[in-house]
Design a protein around this ligand. Structure first.
Ligand SMILES: Nc1ncnc2c1ncn2[C@@H]1O[C@H](COP(=O)(O)OP(=O)(O)OP(=O)(O)O)[C@@H](O)[C@H]1O
Length: 861
């Protein structure tokens, strides 16, 4: 919708509703030709240009001479040398300049070569516009006006405040609402018209001018005078009190383009001329690109001038350009350039818009209306719509709604968890079933009746999503080949008449751990899971100190078993420490390199083997060689000396009866002993155990000891679960079991290490606890995002990690944890979750064969 031009350009400036919307219009372009000046006349310069009517200017001398250029140019208005500035102002520029009174930004430019009459024209236009503005204001009774004035010049690409005398260079800032603004620019509140005239005179005095051969008073800078007009209707009944209009009008007197050959400029003038030309060139490019539709990049930022004028050129401003030119033949090239610029400018569109500002009064009125509406909505007693009562009432309602939302969110989460669980159990997505197939949906509905608070811990989605296939994809393969790798949920077609057997991990068949759930007995399931949840909560409460966990774990041990201390002593009586074990160096768990081989001497079973091993690790002088640090030498107490195995971490040339990794693996695979551990049989108290015959019992016993020592040593759970997954009762595992026992016994007796591990562990537990309890779901989202955990199953993963850190009391929990951590590790490695959170600094990378796992574990710990 076009602006109501009549109302603006006429004597009266009425505010029309029509002006509210954006109005697209072209830049108003006029050309003004000044008379030949004294010098030009003296030189005998001919006048080349003639305005043949109000809109057309022609090149009148020998048109064929320059046939490549047009000889006639048409613009909105053209003015010959006998025209006055008043005419130039009145017939077009005025309407645009006075748009500011209607809340529309506007800009009036003077563009042309040096000495063409820009300053002459602009100073006249500014004077007329100011007079009209103040005249208009003086005749308005129903609106109040406030005027402000600021002025800058751009001299040699530096922006200066013309109302300030300090000459400081000002910065340009990008304001999201206002566009480019000049920082710290003085803005004078105008008292009246005379005040403004005084300030303009002061600016003229401040502006950089200098004498050139073409102009005695040549402007050496671009000058922008800005007048801001704010107006609001006076408050009276029926007035348009809601509208406060604010807009600015810019009076822009550009420096003139010049040719050094013509101005004979040198030194400062040459430098100024160069800056002027460069910025005008950018202005020309901007105008040209805008005239082409502005689809390509507009290089506003290439000069301060175009940056500042960005809004006036094709932006939210009405714009008029007065192109001034000399008629002299000696300036014909410059004149043609000016006309070319003017031709482009007339094709540029702007989107002027009325700037309506909500006044304080209007705001108050709006707020009162809003309060009344709210009071009505909240059903407050009539007349009680004061803000305090409203705020209180609203706060109460918001609080109530917040609770409801929280409750609903919890309900939704629980339902989601149940759904995930059932999908995993049944292997069927209820949503995928066609209507009418009610079996699964029955089960689903039935299950929804019950509460499964801890179902997230068995969460199937993440298992399917991040289960074994993913781990394989990421080359995480930490099970030996004899272990089944069924981490994903079972695909099970439910039969309501039968029991659903949930075997959380086929690989644990050897442990006879199967969870049997009956569809008809969902309450039992719920109870089990509820108990589990309660236990978890209890754990959370209990883990304020890691020592509490350890104590709880210890009390949970079977009395019929020897205490770890006794076991350790038992092991120690059968092995002897090497002399150098006393100064074994142990690093902390954060990965400092450790000297580990010395403690392994302790596993040698007799003097001869000890001597042999020592011989391998000492130089001629009997001192330790560097190689010691590279070897772990293990002799199971049940094996003969010939069975000594050396795990060589780095130096395969070690001459001890050594087996490399592959050999160990091969040996493990070809072992006659089944990987299936024997059934869990509680040994009779006081019954002596023959390690050779009753390996499965020994294994069970050692495993319990190890678990207890893990707790005592605050062993990272990731190690525990890996260990648990890898060493499942194979006869050849005895080597590792003994090493683990020996290692843990050693760690337990090393207070500094135990302390640091405890601190670390406590920190992790507290972190988990804090995260679960303290943060709102929104905060958790933020945290997870920050930590790079994808949000799809974040809460579930968190639940898993929580379980991992808290439920380590007994072997069943270790098994659960093992499964979960296996998934978690897959998730973690795939998503690069922060290692600290899950203790992954302990993780052996990539290779998860037994020997490599243990080697790297030992090197860590
Ligand atoms: N239309 C005009 N009628 C009479 N004199 C004019 C006219 N235009 C300009 N002049 C005179 O020409 C001279 C140069 O004008 P002015 O300083 O305005 O040029 P300019 O384009 O601003 O030059 P510069 O770019 O170097 O500052 C002045 O003496 C001015 O009085």
């Amino acid at each position: 919708m076009r602006l109501n031009m009549e109302s603006i350009s006429g004597d009266e400036f009425e505010i029309s509703d029509e002006q509210d919307s954006t109005a697209q219009e072209k830049i108003f372009v006029t050309v003004r030709v000044r008379p030949l000046n004294g010098k030009e006349i003296a030189k005998g310069d001919a006048s080349d240009w003639e305005c043949i009517n109000n809109t057309t200017i022609i090149f009148k001398n020998n048109p064929s001479e320059r046939s490549t250029y047009p000889n006639a140019y048409t613009f909105d208005r053209v003015y010959g040398c006998d025209s006055s500035t008043k005419e130039v102002y009145e017939e077009g520029v005025k309407g645009i300049a006075l748009s500011v009174l209607n809340g529309i930004n506007s800009s009036i430019f003077a563009y042309g070569q040096t000495s063409s009459g820009k300053t002459y024209t602009m100073s006249g236009i500014t004077e007329y516009a100011i007079a009209d503005i103040y005249d208009y204001i003086s005749r308005q009774n129903d609106r109040e006006f406030a005027l402000k004035f600021s002025a800058i010049e751009i001299y040699n690409e530096c922006v200066r405040d013309l109302l300030s005398h300090d000459g400081a260079q000002l910065r340009l800032l990008d304001d999201p609402e206002k566009g480019v603004v000049v920082e710290k620019l003085t803005e004078a509140n105008l008292r009246d018209c005379n005040h403004l005239k005084e300030l303009i005179s002061a600016c003229e005095a401040e502006r950089q001018t200098g004498e050139t051969t073409l102009n005695e008073m040549s402007s050496r800078s671009h000058q922008i005078l800005r007048l801001t007009v704010e107006s609001s209707a006076c408050a009276y009944e029926g007035s348009d009190s809601g509208r406060t209009l604010a807009a600015s009008v810019n009076f822009v007197d550009l420096a003139g383009s010049e040719r050094a050959s013509q101005t004979l400029a040198a030194g400062t003038r040459l430098k100024e001329g160069s800056h002027i030309n460069r910025s005008l060139l950018t202005l020309g490019t901007v105008i040209r690109k805008l005239s082409e539709g502005g689809k390509s990049h507009i290089p506003y930022r290439n000069s301060k001038l175009t940056r500042i004028l960005q809004n006036s050129l094709g932006g939210n401003a009405r714009t008029a350009i007065v192109c001034t030119m000399s008629p002299a033949h000696s300036h014909v090239d410059q004149s043609r350039n000016t006309l070319l610029f003017a031709s482009c400018a007339k094709d540029v569109s702007t989107n002027a818009q009325v700037n309506v500002v909500i006044s304080d009064k209007a705001l108050v009125k709006q707020l009162q209306q809003e309060l009344a509406r709210l009071a009505n909505e909240l059903k407050l007693p009539p007349g009680s719509n004061d803000s305090a009562a409203l705020i209180k009432e609203m706060e109460l309602q918001i609080e109530k709604m917040g609770k409801e939302i929280e409750e609903l969110t919890q309900q939704r989460d629980r339902a989601e968890s149940r759904l995930d669980y059932l999908i995993r159990v049944t292997g069927t997505d209820p949503n995928s079933l066609p209507w009418g197939e009610t079996e699964t949906s029955d089960i689903y509905e039935k299950s929804l009746i019950n509460e499964y608070p801890a179902l997230e811990t068995y969460e199937g989605d993440s298992m399917n999503k991040y289960g074994h296939a993913d781990m394989e994809g990421s080359k995480v393969d930490f099970l030996d080949e004899n272990s089944p790798r069924h981490f994903s949920g079972q695909h099970y077609v439910p039969d309501p008449s039968k029991e659903i057997t949930i075997n959380p991990e086929d690989s644990y068949k050897d442990q006879s751990i199967e969870k049997t759930l009956s569809i008809d007995n969902n309450n039992n399931i719920a109870k089990v899971l509820e108990d589990s949840s309660k236990e978890e909560d209890q754990n959370i409460e209990e883990i304020s100190s890691i020592n509490n966990i350890i104590t709880a774990d210890e009390t949970g041990m079977d009395d019929s078993y020897e205490s770890p201390k006794e076991i350790t002593q038992d092991v120690q009586t059968k092995v002897e420490r090497s002399p150098c074990s006393s100064d074994s160096e142990i690093s902390d768990s954060e990965g400092i390199c450790l000297t580990r081989s010395k403690s392994c001497y302790a596993l040698t079973t007799n003097a001869s083997s000890e001597k042999e091993v020592i011989a391998e690790n000492t130089d001629d002088n009997g001192s330790e060689t560097g190689k010691q640090d590279e070897h772990i030498q293990i002799i199971p107490r049940s094996k003969s000396e010939a069975d000594v195995k050396t795990i060589d971490q780095q130096d395969s040339s070690t001459p001890v009866t050594s087996l490399d990794e592959k050999e160990i693996e091969q040996k493990i695979r070809s072992s006659d002993v089944s990987n299936e551990p024997d059934k869990k049989t509680e040994p009779e108290a006081n019954e002596p155990i023959d390690p050779e015959k009753d390996w499965s019992m020994v294994f069970e016993k050692q495993r319990r000891e190890i678990i207890k020592l893990w707790n005592e040593c605050n062993t990272p759970l990731i190690h525990r679960t890996y260990f648990f997954l890898l060493f499942k009762g194979d006869r050849s595992d005895s080597v590792y079991m003994e090493v683990e026992l020996r290692r843990l016994s050693f760690l337990k007796n090393t207070p500094s290490r135990a302390t640091s591990a405890r601190a670390l562990s406590r920190e992790r537990v507290m972190l988990s606890k804090k995260m679960l309890k303290k943060f709102s779901s929104t905060q958790r989202d933020v945290l997870f995002q920050k930590w790079g955990i994808s949000l799809d199953s974040k809460y579930r993963r968190f639940q898993l990690s929580q379980l991992v850190w808290t439920k380590t009391n007994d072997i069943d929990h270790i098994k659960e944890s093992a499964e979960i951590v296996a998934k978690l590790v897959g998730i973690v490695e795939l998503n690069q979750t922060p290692k600290e959170l899950f203790g992954l600094s302990f993780l052996p990378k990539q290779d998860h064969s037994k020997s490599s796992f243990y080697k790297s574990t030992i090197s860590f710990t």
